[in-house]
Design a protein. Structure first.
Length: 127
């Protein structure tokens, strides 16, 4: 019997590889090297540098070695891979993380006088 479940670590690995391979290194201002590229797109080392993570970490993610990247790492990868908003959301889903939302506004500040009880606040000032 075959089930319809998806291995998210395998899907995350495939997603990262395909997104890395579709990028043109010239778009990132990366220095051209004399050695020809064997695969299209950015190298793992370049993605790691752009995302601020180690090359080994990128390798382990792309080889589906069971890592669960933090929300900060997922955000850094989304920026480095220049993902569209729907791709970014999908990456967060695959990593089982929540994207950082806009910061919530601070609660309204109430002026409180130290030592005043709720009863005193209802009283009118005597002067």
């Amino acid at each position: 019997m075959i089930t319809g479940t998806v291995d998210t670590t395998q899907e995350l690995a495939a997603f990262l590889r395909t997104r890395r391979e579709r990028l043109d290194p010239r778009d990132f201002g990366l220095p051209s090297r004399r050695k020809a590229r064997r695969t299209p797109g950015l190298r793992r080392e370049e993605v790691a540098e752009l995302a601020g993570v180690s090359v080994d970490y990128i390798v382990r993610l792309e080889q589906a070695r069971g890592l669960r990247p933090s929300a900060d790492v997922v955000e850094a990868l989304a920026r480095a891979l220049r993902l569209a908003p729907d791709e970014r959301a999908y990456l967060f889903d695959l990593a089982r993380q929540r994207p950082p939302g806009p910061p919530s506004p601070p609660p309204p500040r109430r002026r409180r006088w130290p030592g005043w009880s709720p009863i005193c606040r209802r009283c009118r000032p005597c002067c």
